[in-house]
Design a protein around this ligand. Structure first.
Ligand code: FAD
Length: 478
């Protein structure tokens, strides 16, 4: 360890709320200088997308866990609110920072903020260094033969893997350097987390989230262990069945960087040292989809607001009626799979991937709503709401995205329900009013004797499908 007597390090954490495999923290540890670890709630820098409600809930609990973990390691978490371009220089001034470290982020406005701070640091004689932590393959390193970004997933992922295994994760440092103190001899004052108002109060809708999730690094590692000891082996088939826990549920932990993709990758490698089961390869390629989405966002910073395929700018989306939109949001469309999914989302902040596809397809095709309407609702309600994966997947469903599902592929919520939830286990969990129906009737309750508490379908499937195909046909002919 080396440290000049007057040096002081500032590690600025963002979407990397962890100690394990955190290259910026590992660097600070190896140097040993007094350390400030700061998280900035930045709702002010131009272009940054404000967090949705469920993500705010998660952030609150994740920061609580991180604060405790840092304290246990002899450090502390400093919380500050405001535009990073103002807050980071303030904290640097208070702590006599000589070196500023962070792990890289990949969204457009975030990169602008970071570039500005690098310039500011250089002007003030503060050294900076940034690290690769949250993506295994950084967007600019994966290029086609012609030097451009990939537009199709399969060759993208092949090119990633051709470059060799992702690096090994770095172990968590045991004890971190002591907190830096300012001229007052005290570490700088932290905002009380409660003052940020991240958790809902009136009404408090978070009970279902609290019953489902354990935000924080320990919760993330617990999920990973459960996954490798359980569903990982049969992931290839289990991942499509919403009624069983067949997937990892790591998405919100990855979103907030409570676990690194490198750690996940190599834990699977160690767990299946020989030829891994096919499901593990499929799981790895899902991690690859996450990387692909981030590459898309990196190349298209406006992915959440602009059609990736500009021809969709002419698509004749319809504004759904208030009744239709509310029915979709509240899980009262009359189509059980869509409704179960939307209620799972509202109650737990998460929805199974297969059901996400069916619920999204219903909104953009059967109700002909602009995909941005659904993207915004998911952004507000998902605990894993991700700046890249959310818009990329909505555009994939809508047909306006990269490597998208063709527009004419319209998920039939009844067929999907019968195929992937044949016994109706998932439906019964979220639609108690249908629980008395047998496995044959539950997918199409309108054919059963009246179930008074459950709504009739908001649109007919054949006509809404024909309307969607017709609208698409007109786009092609224009
Ligand atoms: C309309 C729609 C919106 C979506 N919005 C989000 C979002 O905001 N945030 C988000 O993380 N995922 C999103 N997804 C992708 C996917 O549904 C979730 O990543 C997955 O359901 C999370 O559950 P899991 O962790 O158990 O996944 P697993 O099946 O265990 O997969 C492991 C990890 O791979 C990644 N992954 C899996 N599928 C995808 C995918 N299609 N695209 C990108 N990454 C993927 C996730 O990080 C996930 O945690 C969306 C999908 C759709 C159809």
């Amino acid at each position: 360890m080396s440290s000049g007597s007057h040096s002081s390090t500032l590690v600025w954490l963002r979407d990397d709320l962890r100690i394990d495999d955190n290259p910026a923290l590992a660097e600070a540890f190896s140097q040993g200088a007094p350390l400030t670890v700061v998280y900035v709630l930045d709702e002010d820098s131009p272009g940054l997308r404000p967090l949705g409600g469920a993500a705010k809930w998660w952030l609150h609990h994740s920061l609580t866990a991180l604060g405790a973990d840092l304290a246990a390691a002899g450090s502390r978490l400093l919380l500050r609110r405001g535009p990073a371009a103002r807050v980071i220089p303030e904290v640097a001034g208070e702590t006599g920072t000589t070196q500023l470290l962070w792990n890289r982020r990949y969204g457009g406005p975030e990169r602008d903020v970071d570039a500005g701070l690098k310039e500011w640091a250089a002007e003030h004689g503060i050294t900076t260094a940034s690290f690769q932590a949250n993506l295994m393959f950084e967007p600019w390193t994966v290029r086609t033969g012609a030097g451009g970004p990939y537009k199709v997933f399969t060759p993208f992922w092949r090119a990633c893997l051709d470059g060799g295994e992702p690096r090994l994760p770095l172990d968590a440092p045991g004890r971190l350097p002591a907190p830096a103190t300012g001229t007052s001899g005290q570490p700088p004052a932290s905002d009380p987390l409660e003052s940020w108002g991240l958790i809902p109060r009136t009404p408090d809708w978070s009970a279902g989230l609290a019953a489902t999730w354990t935000p924080g690094e320990a919760g993330a590692h617990g999920r990973l262990e459960e996954f490798v000891d359980g569903p990982a082996e049969a992931y290839g088939t289990g991942r499509d069945i919403p009624g069983v826990e067949g997937t990892s549920r790591l998405s919100p932990h990855l979103r907030f960087g409570e676990i690194s993709p490198f750690r996940i990758w190599h834990t699977l490698r160690e767990h299946f040292p020989q030829q891994p089961p096919a499901g593990v390869g499929i799981f790895r390629s899902e991690l690859g989809w996450r990387e692909f989405c981030w590459q898309l966002l990196y190349e298209n910073p406006e992915l959440a607001t602009r059609n990736y395929r500009p021809e969709f700018d002419r698509f004749a989306w319809q504004t759904p009626s208030a009744a239709e939109l509310t029915a979709w949001q509240q899980g009262r469309t009359g189509y059980p799979l869509v409704d179960a999914g939307m209620r799972q989302l509202w109650q737990t902040g998460w929805m199974h991937n297969r059901v996400r596809m069916a619920a999204a397809s219903f909104l953009v095709k059967n109700l002909l709503a602009d995909w941005r309407v659904g993207e915004a609702w998911f952004w507000d309600t998902l605990v894993d709401a991700d700046a890249a994966s959310n818009p990329a997947n909505w555009q994939w469903v809508a047909g306006s995205g990269a490597d998208a599902s063709p527009y004419f592929r319209i998920f039939n919520p009844v067929t999907q329900s019968k195929k992937f939830d044949a016994e109706g286990r998932y439906l019964r969990r979220y639609l108690p009013e249908l629980s008395a129906l047998d496995a044959k009737r539950i997918h199409e309750p309108w054919k059963a004797d009246a179930v008074p508490e459950y709504p009739a379908p908001v649109v007919g499937l054949p006509e809404s499908r024909a309307r969607a195909l017709d609208t698409y046909q007109r786009l092609k002919e224009d």
